[in-house]
Write a protein that binds this ligand. Structure first.
Ligand SMILES: Nc1ncnc2c1ncn2[C@@H]1O[C@H](COP(=O)(O)OP(=O)(O)OP(=O)(O)O)[C@@H](O)[C@H]1O
Ligand SMILES: [Mg+2]
Length: 446
């Protein structure tokens, strides 16, 4: 029996949805029924998700992803069609039955974490059980276990604002795990995270899923993420299913031109972007420290060059060991004049294919800088070459990084290693992590 089954599901917002369903069932595009003053968010969607599967729903903004997922746990009633969870038609359940189903069978993880800012990490993780009326001792024990699973042991007494964004999202995940539901729905759960942390979370989710065998329905608009996580991927377009298949099937046998364009000449170097091959910058040098300290950092890390990064993660430039070494011998005290500021900077979304030219011309690894002008990773030339190597299946080869989070204080990145090193485990020190406190509306409290 499938864990979740959607059958000819429709969601039409606006009055007179019935007429709209008829026209859409006849094959009309949602733009053709605009005169009815309705928004057709989800149109004739059918699929089955097997127990233990990671089913990814992918589509552009407005394609109906969130509306669909909200119908799967009964937060939104469908206009037509049915949703079955473990064989039960939830569209026929009364309110109380729905609430029971939501608390016992399905958890949801949101993009903006939905944590309660004034509650401890422990109480946040225990929330789902609290709603279910589980006694304090028992729910705290389960929450502790779940927090340990996501690597947050020792953080139970903190409040969310004291945690980094990645750690807050792990609390959201721990809440879902503590509730111990078989099904977890995740709506753009990692989209608000920095790229390296995001990849780390993806790895952790895959690991947890392999261990716990949860059924996960994961929404994303990111092709890399979909390919990496999904056992199968459902591509939505304008409310309709464009294709359902494995990453391989979608790449090799796209159902129509739309999907084909989506995964255009994949060419892995096109699917893979800078953010999926970059590594944690190790080491980085604080511009306020002198040449002697810079030289020492490079020697300690056995590297001949290093990036100079401010505490707010702004990239200043790069320095070379030979230049700094000469300056130290000449007794130069300031680093400023020794920094090479003319660097190749690339955006995290730049396709790998577009990086080769720049990499060839640059004496340094490529620096990846995000929209907020923050230094988020580096791409050494060897990594680029490795990305070209043929791989199989849906493995995007995106695992070559260390998975390390760039040090928030710009100076103490863990001494990780070149490609293929295991990710350094455990959260960063509290003081380094407290910089990304967010407004955490309690979206999940419904
Ligand atoms: N409550 C609502 N009332 C009216 N229209 C809505 C409502 N919720 C969603 N819509 C519309 O339904 C369509 C699908 O929205 P939905 O939020 O499901 O898309 P999405 O794929 O999740 O997009 P995004 O990637 O931006 O989150 C959009 O046109 C949206 O404006
Ligand atoms: Mg959405």
């Amino acid at each position: 029996m499938p864990a979740v089954r959607a059958d000819k599901l429709y969601k039409i917002f606006g009055r007179r949805p019935g007429k709209a369903v008829d026209l859409l069932a006849d094959g009309r595009h949602r733009d053709e029924i605009k005169h009815l003053n309705v928004t057709a968010a989800v149109i004739d969607v059918s699929f089955e998700v097997q127990p233990g599967e990671i089913f990814v729903v992918m589509g552009l903004s407005g394609s109906g992803k969130s509306t669909l997922i909200r119908m799967l746990n009964g937060l939104l009633p469908p206009t037509a069609g049915t949703v079955e969870v473990d064989g039960t038609d939830i569209t026929a359940l009364p309110k109380a039955g729905l609430r029971k189903l939501r608390s016992e069978k399905i958890s949801m993880v949101f993009q903006h974490f939905a944590l309660f800012p004034h509650r401890t990490v422990l109480d946040n993780a225990a929330y789902g059980l609290e709603v279910r009326g589980v006694a304090k001792d028992e729910r705290h024990a389960k929450a502790r276990e779940a927090l340990a699973l996501v690597g947050l042991e020792g953080w139970e007494a903190k409040v969310p604002g004291q945690l980094s964004g990645g750690m807050q999202q792990r609390v959201g995940l721990a809440r879902a795990l503590a509730a111990d539901t078989d099904i977890i729905l995740m709506d753009e759960a990692f989209s608000a995270l920095d790229p390296l942390i995001r990849r780390d979370m993806q790895s952790q989710l895959l690991e947890l899923q392999a261990r716990l065998g949860k059924t996960i329905i994961f929404i994303t608009h990111d092709l890399n993420e979909a390919m990496r996580l999904g056992d199968r991927i459902c591509v939505l377009r304008d409310g309709r299913v464009a294709q359902i298949g494995t990453a391989e099937e979608i790449l090799n046998d796209p159902a129509n031109d739309y999907v084909a364009q989506f995964v255009e000449d994949v060419d892995r170097t096109r699917v893979l972007t800078a953010s999926s091959v970059m590594e944690a910058p190790i080491p980085v040098i604080d511009p306020d420290k002198g040449p002697r300290a810079a030289l020492r950092t490079m020697r300690d890390n056995q590297t001949v060059s290093a990036f100079v990064v401010r505490r707010n993660r702004q990239l200043v430039g790069a320095v070379r060991e030979d230049v700094i070494g000469a300056a130290v011998r000449d007794n130069v005290k300031e680093l400023d004049s020794l920094i090479d500021t003319d660097l190749a900077r690339v955006h995290p979304d730049t396709p790998v294919a577009d990086l080769f030219g720049q990499a060839a011309e640059s004496p340094y690894p490529l620096a990846v800088v995000d929209d907020a002008d923050r230094f988020v990773g580096v791409i050494p030339r060897v990594t680029l070459l490795a990305a070209l190597a043929p791989t199989t299946g849906s493995d995007t080869g995106a695992d070559s990084g260390t998975g390390a989070e760039p040090a928030a204080d710009g100076g103490t990145a863990p001494a990780g290693a070149p490609p293929a090193a295991p990710p350094p485990d455990g959260p960063p020190a509290p003081e380094a992590a407290a910089d990304t406190a967010t407004d955490t509306a309690a979206e999940g409290s419904r």
